[in-house]
Design a protein around this ligand. Structure first.
Ligand code: PLP
Length: 392
């Protein structure tokens, strides 16, 4: 007779973050309701551009699916990423050694955190934020120090709020611009001031720029790694899921100082050997190919954004201006219903899924994140259903 082990590592429970639990709980409920319009998850609904798909097919035909690459990526993709960072972002990572290709931005952020932080270190993070960072920071044994952001100034990150939380243990600052869930950006003046803070206090900066191409006029994206003295202390996190609608290809990258990239590469080899080589070939096509389709996509998101904001304006619901990404972080306080309850109500009565702010941090019970990742006709119906439920 064999006996089954009765326990597994208990670390799993400690590593779950409350935000993820809230989001996945709602998605489970939504799956049981027919005709739900999902404005929850942040996965683009538009197709991966055809020239990228064609490059992947050619890679499969050459046998790329049967092989692995260096843990840090194929030479072609590492070179393409280094060139892209220099050309589009003004960030000099010193060539391919300054790049680690990852299995999604998700793995990239995890590796960046593990490569930089030691137990006992503190990292300053914007609140609210994409909560995968919370778990990665916990796993590194480091401590997260939240810096509040506010609806009134579009969820910008205030350099004074950052600086006053610095202690002798502070090792790094996390920037996510444009931000998920707030869709706020760090304005250029604040970014320059934050670069000064990082230099004065000798901090690393992890700069998550995964929404960089989805910035709405008149705002523009600026990479902190392009500012004087910052390339040597910045790790840029990016990926293909959002810009190129390649969520399922699981491809991302880190760019930064060679010593940090060497640490990230070692961990990458342990976790997943390398990013899928077929996806890497697709990534080269994405970074070196035409960008007009990406601009077309931005225009589509711009129109959807208008539909959503017009409805919110009509309903008298306030929000921080969504400057980038494909979300709005709306303030549901005027409805008189706490956001977690309102999420359930909208799911049950309007058959529309929207995440409450508590999916991104406990303090955000007045807020909700709505993602406009369905076609315009469906989005219009969703907004009409929301309006009807709130007017009833
Ligand atoms: N960073 C941010 C801010 C995100 O919102 C996401 C996904 O939603 C990621 C990183 C990871 O994306 P992926 O692993 O699909 O590249």
């Amino acid at each position: 007779m064999t006996t089954e082990p009765t326990t597994t590592s208990s670390r799993g429970d400690r590593l779950a973050d409350g935000g993820t639990r809230v989001r996945y709980g709602l998605m489970d409920l939504a799956a049981r309701i027919e005709d739900v319009i999902a404005l929850g998850r942040g996965d683009p609904d538009l197709p991966t551009p055809a020239h990228i798909v064609a490059a992947a097919k050619a890679a499969i035909d050459r046998g790329d699916a049967d092989r692995v690459s260096d843990p840090a990526g194929t030479p072609e993709l590492r070179a393409a990423v280094a060139a892209k960072l220099r050309r589009e972002n003004g960030v000099d990572v010193g060539g391919p050694d300054g790049v680690v290709v990852t299995t999604g931005g998700q793995e990239g952020l995890f590796l960046a955190v593990q490569a930089l932080l030691e137990p006992g270190d503190e990292i300053l993070v914007p609140d609210p934020r994409y909560t995968s960072y919370d778990i990665a920071i916990k796993m590194a044994g480091a401590t997260m120090v939240s810096v509040p952001t506010r609806e009134a100034d579009g969820f910008d990150l205030d350099p004074e709020e950052v600086e006053k939380r610095i202690t002798p243990r502070t090792k790094a600052l996390l920037l996510i611009s444009p931000n998920n869930p707030t869709a706020g950006t760090v304005t250029p003046d604040n970014l320059r001031a934050l670069a000064g803070v990082a230099q004065r206090h000798d901090l690393y900066v992890i700069s998550d720029e995964i929404y960089e191409k989805l910035v709405y006029d008149p705002h523009e994206h600026l990479s902190i790694g392009s500012l004087p003295g910052m390339a040597e202390r910045t790790v840029t996190v990016n990926g293909f899921s959002k810009t190129f609608c390649m969520t399922g290809w699981r491809l991302g990258y880190l760019g930064g100082p060679h010593v940090v990239m060497a640490e990230a590469r070692r961990r990458k080899a342990i976790v997943s050997t390398c990013a899928p080589v077929v996806s890497q070939a697709a990534g080269v096509a994405a970074l070196t190919g035409p960008m007009d389709v990406i601009e077309e996509y931005r225009q589509i998101y711009t129109r959807r954004r208008r539909i959503v904001l017009d409805t919110l304006d009509r309903l008298g619901i306030s929000y921080g201006e969504p400057r980038g990404g494909f979300y709005v972080f709306l303030n549901a306080a005027s409805t008189g219903i706490p956001a977690p309850e309102l999420s359930l109500k909208l799911l049950e009565e309007a058959h529309v899924l929207i995440f409450p702010g508590t999916g991104f941090g406990e303090a955000w019970a007045d807020y909700m994140r709505l993602a406009w990742l369905v076609p315009e006709p469906e989005l219009t119906v969703a907004m009409q259903r929301i309006e009807a439920v709130l007017a009833a």
